[in-house]
Design a protein around this ligand. Structure first.
Ligand SMILES: *[C@@H]1O[C@H](CO)[C@@H](O)[C@H](O)[C@H]1NC(C)=O
Length: 599
């Protein structure tokens, strides 16, 4: 085994999940019997046959009493504030274990987030307290709550200790993970890089699109299938590498995979034995995404399964080792620049400047720069490839939408014209297709926040009371599918809804009913970048090709929707892929993912 590396200062500050779970186990399982035993020994209890059962019974009794006391004191606090407690889930088994198991099953084989949707339907509300293992944990699809958490009540929330426990080793001091001042500074530094001038620098998009189109052409000529998700992840990964650090990864220079003959990584990238230098990296990258998502799905108790081994440690090491030389090179480039001119700074106006050099100008902290690179890599690769994958999915599912969009593309740019920022912005149907895709399949379907150490009443709602230090999971995906907000055809993919003045008005009045990019001060920085990149790619694609079809014969069971979905109501009954969540939304992978043909 390789020697363990020295922990960084930041890593030493990460909350220790083992300590937390052991303390709470001791509190629940050891302390009560011990106390009972002590009491009995002091009282010289009559017989061991009388005291022994009580010693054991003390465990459930104390859990029950503590839980009842918490509920009682929360209800009292809520009443004092003139508010109502959030509806609590009441399962049949202790700690709502039956519901936990139901949810875990649904995460594996059910429709995406259907487990939550079923709970909301059962209780007839949009915010619930799951009380899994007697703990408060809020799930919500209430746009008023989103608005408070993301925007009007921003200062009352943070990512929270449970989040940090799960994710800190990967995202560290990066922008996505940072809190308070560190976040403010990180955001200030990054923002200029996403201004209009920067993100309308389209040569990155041209370079990656044209390579991808050539790959598609070869396949299309022979009417051979393409693993769409794999291709699009290469597009966004190569673009991200150009934008973030310069030397491109060139994953698009490799031939496309043969659907059915290779086994792709958990989120659908090329296999680890593909021979490319990036394979090891993306494999580790996807493995971590799956592991960390699994922790989230398991809830507070995930440390029980990782008591002896932190499963993320090895893949994270691979990622860090891979990025380190890039960072060191950037730092030595900086040193050279400074040698020539003491206050040389990278100008963001310079088209060739990359994010890494720009970051290196601000700090010499190798760790921090690495965390920031990972953050922006996830943010730019996984999300945009998710959006593009689902756009192409919908174009295959709805040929009428495809031909109308193609008409708009040809009207605007002809068969060869290069997309420009101004013209992309004016393509109304394209915008509607992108919006509608992100409505049904938001790339980040679930966002978590934790309240600080204070009781809160959530304004706008029916005066819901939120206990201190409580984690909230907000699902944009479910809010985007509420018939009471969107109308009866909410499950249908219908870009035309984005031309309905009544709906547009409603979305303006109720901004958080549609929040694919989150909102408030932590709204997605790369929103325009992503929309430009996706728009550019689609224009180029439709200039060359006119139809897309599914190739289910190349999709093994596991990446196709399960048989039992057929005929069920809603999207579940019509879907031709299996949407899954690992950090971001993607098409589920079993060897291959979403395969199609282009004509
Ligand atoms: C994450 O990805 C893995 C592998 O593709 C899949 O089995 C799992 O269901 C996904 N997780 C969720 C919550 O969808």
């Amino acid at each position: 085994m390789a020697p363990r590396r020295q922990l960084t200062a930041f890593e030493r500050s990460i909350p220790d999940y083992r300590k937390r779970i052991l303390i709470s186990l001791a509190r629940a399982l050891i302390l009560p019997p011990l106390l009972t035993f002590l009491v009995f020994s002091l009282c010289r209890s009559p017989s061991i046959w009388f005291s022994l059962p009580l010693v054991f019974l003390s465990i459930p009794i104390s859990i029950g009493l503590r839980s009842q006391y918490t509920l009682w004191s929360q209800d009292r606090e809520a009443a004092r504030l003139g508010a109502h407690p959030i509806t609590r889930v009441r399962g049949r088994w202790p700690g709502n274990l039956d519901i936990v198991l139901r949810l875990l099953k649904s995460f594996e084989s059910g429709y995406v987030l259907q487990g939550f949707a079923d709970l909301f339907a059962e209780y007839g509300c949009t915010t619930l307290n799951t009380r899994f293992f007697w703990d408060d944990q809020i799930i919500s699809m209430d746009e008023k709550l989103f608005r408070f958490v993301a925007h009007t009540g921003f200062a009352h929330f943070e990512k929270g200790i449970l989040w940090h426990e799960r994710i800190d080793k990967l995202l560290g001091t990066g922008l996505f993970n940072a809190e308070g001042n560190q976040w403010r500074i990180g955001r200030q530094i990054a923002r200029p890089f996403f201004t209009k001038e920067r993100i309308s620098d389209f040569h990155i998009f041209e370079q990656t699109s044209s390579k991808a189109l050539n790959l598609i052409s070869n396949r299309a000529a022979a009417y051979q299938p393409i693993d769409v998700q794999d291709l699009l992840q290469r597009v966004t990964l190569d673009a991200a590498s150009l934008f973030l650090w310069g030397p491109p990864l060139n994953t698009l220079d490799q031939p496309l995979t043969q659907p059915g003959r290779v086994v792709l990584g958990p989120k659908g990238s090329a296999p680890a034995d593909g021979g490319g230098e990036w394979d090891v990296f993306t494999d580790a990258f996807e493995t971590v995404a799956v592991l960390i998502t699994r922790r989230g799905v398991q809830g507070d108790t995930w440390p029980l399964l990782e008591l002896f081994k932190d499963k993320t440690e090895e893949p994270i090491q691979v990622i860090m080792d891979w990025l380190e030389p890039l960072v060191r090179q950037a730092l030595s480039r900086k040193a050279k620049r400074r040698e020539a001119n003491a206050d040389a700074k990278i100008s963001i106006r310079d088209d060739d400047s990359v994010f890494l050099d720009y970051l290196a100008d601000q700090t010499d902290d190798v760790e921090h720069i690495r965390y920031e690179l990972i953050t922006f890599l996830i943010a730019s690769r996984d999300t945009t490839s998710s959006l593009l994958t689902f756009v192409i999915y919908f174009l295959a599912l709805h040929p009428d939408v495809c031909s109308r969009l193609r008409e708009e593309v040809l009207d605007t740019f002809g068969e060869m014209g290069s997309p420009t920022f101004e013209h992309l912005k004016k393509m109304e149907y394209l915008r509607a297709v992108l919006k509608e895709t992100l409505r049904i399949f938001p790339s980040a379907p679930l966002v978590a926040r934790t309240s600080r150490d204070e009781s809160l009443v959530i304004p706008g709602t029916t005066k819901l009371y939120l206990p201190p230090k409580t984690q909230i999971m907000m699902s944009s995906l479910l809010a985007h599918k509420r018939p009471d907000l969107w109308g009866a055809d909410v499950e249908a993919f219908r870009p035309d809804r984005w031309f309905d003045p009544a709906l547009l008005n409603k979305v303006t009045q109720t901004p958080f009913m549609y929040s694919p990019f989150y909102g408030g001060p932590r709204v997605c920085l790369g929103q325009e970048f992503a929309l430009n990149q996706a728009g550019y790619f689609i224009v180029r694609l439709l200039q060359r090709f006119q139809s897309f079809s599914f190739a289910p014969e190349f999709m093994p069971a596991g990446s196709l929707p399960p048989a039992h979905w057929a005929g069920l109501p809603g999207r579940q009954g019509i879907e031709k892929i299996h949407p899954a969540i690992n950090f971001t939304l993607h098409s589920k992978v079993r060897g291959t993912s979403f395969c199609g043909r282009v004509g």
